[in-house]
Ligand binder design. Structure first.
Ligand SMILES: [Zn+2]
Length: 416
């Protein structure tokens, strides 16, 4: 199928483009330095000086960065207002996703990992160029135990999941190793690029406790075994120390949120090389919604308040200890388009600005297993490039400072 996604100046394909006159943050760990970036046929050909090209992108007073990566988003969520969600037609969130994906791309995020919601239709529409947005890895639906973070059972007896099951999004409430094996296989069949599991309670689910671990070793071992045999990594929504440890012990690749990290959990992460995706934006987004009068169960609001301090304390100790960290925001719980606020939140807990950019580029690419193609500006990598006004050491109003965004060397946002 031929899809024409040209809108005015977007979508032009240029043979040889030079990003000239800027400071380059290449994601390799080198200090930012003045240099030019040469792109040919969608790939980075060279980074250096004395390069020439057919077309020059003036990057004066700007920083040239690799395409940014958000390792934890929900493109089908547009805020979590359960009353509104109950009155929203089933297919409407898919159209909202088109808007959310565009908003995310506009701030320079050229790759996302969707932490539940997006299905194969969303991924395929992006991959075919039918809609504009970041490259995407999908988890489809989060595996959860009965009474766990993904269980939509309400005290009145009604069941109101945040994401309804449908043919492309199989049910994922699981108890026991046998059911676990089948459900992972169903997710693989449905097109999952990564498997997501909740190994603890959470904030948005009114009937569970973020301090309780969910699933036992036998269940998570089977999950990781099946995912691994399908060539997939596993990400765990894990807030309780017990839930974090069951995930680490059984080979889960990343801990999402990591609210109650004790010293033993941090030691285990360092030993196993487990990643942390902090999503510092997430509990803040819940409290902002509550303050704005979005109707929410009292239990949800009190849990968001309860976890905030413990979360910051855990993440700052993890940063201090040298745990591998990738940037993720949980956008969709809060608004899409504010994703880059997460960088300043990470620096408030002890990261340097350069470390925060590294977590949003090379580290995230490594976590997602795409670092052979993305995450740095080096010869041979795909030319996902962001032109940011000003310096990388200034983290204020980042989203508004993104001047141009390229995927595979093609202008996809800004740059007019
Ligand atoms: Zn999430």
């Amino acid at each position: 199928m031929e899809v024409d996604r040209d809108e005015a100046s977007y979508g032009r394909s240029v043979t040889r483009t030079l990003f000239a006159g800027g400071v380059v943050f290449d994601g390799t760990g080198s200090a930012p330095a003045p240099a030019d970036v040469l792109v040919e046929d969608g790939l980075i050909l060279d980074v250096g000086t004395d390069l020439d090209a057919d077309e020059v992108v003036d990057c004066a007073d700007s920083t040239v960065l690799p395409g940014l990566i958000d390792s934890h988003v929900h493109v089908l969520f547009s805020g979590v207002n359960v009353l509104r969600m109950m009155q929203t037609p089933f297919s409407y969130p898919f159209y909202e996703a088109v808007h959310n994906l565009r908003t995310t791309l506009d701030i320079g995020i050229t790759t996302v990992r969707d932490a539940s919601g997006a299905d194969l239709g969303v991924a395929q529409a992006l991959r075919d160029g039918l809609i504009a947005g970041p490259r995407i890895q999908i988890s489809i639906s989060m595996i959860s135990q009965t009474g766990g973070h993904g269980d939509g059972w309400q005290p009145c007896g009604a069941v109101m999941p945040l994401l309804a099951d449908h043919p492309g999004r199989p049910p994922t409430i699981v108890d026991g190793a046998d059911e676990m094996r089948r459900v992972v296989r169903e997710l693989v069949r449905a097109g999952a690029d990564v498997i997501k599991v909740a190994t603890s309670g959470g904030v948005l689910s009114p009937r569970d406790d973020p301090r309780h671990g969910h699933f036992r070793d036998a269940e998570i071992a089977v999950l990781v075994e099946e995912a691994t045999s399908a060539g997939l990594f596993v990400m765990a929504h894990a807030q309780a120390a017990d839930g974090i440890k069951v995930a680490i012990r059984n080979g889960v690749r990343s801990i999402e949120h990591g609210i109650y990290l004790d010293d033993e959990a941090i030691e285990m992460m360092l030993a196993a090389g487990t990643w942390l995706v902090p999503t510092l934006s997430a509990p803040r987004a819940v409290l902002i919604m509550a303050d704005a009068g979005v109707p929410m169960p009292a239990a949800v609001i009190s849990k968001a308040r309860m976890v905030l301090e413990a979360h910051d304390d855990s993440v700052s100790r993890a940063i201090d200890a040298g745990v591998k960290i990738a940037m993720g925001t949980d956008s969709g719980v809060g608004p899409h388009g504010n994703n880059l606020d997460e960088l300043e939140l990470m620096t408030n807990l002890g990261m340097s600005p350069l470390e925060a950019w590294h977590a949003s580029t090379a580290s995230a690419a490594e976590l997602l297993g795409i670092d052979d193609e993305l995450g740095t500006l080096e010869p041979g990598k795909r030319a996902d490039v962001v032109v940011l006004g000003g310096s990388v050491s200034d983290l204020v109003d980042l989203g508004e400072r993104v001047r141009a965004v390229y995927q595979d060397g093609i202008l996809v946002a800004g740059g007019a």
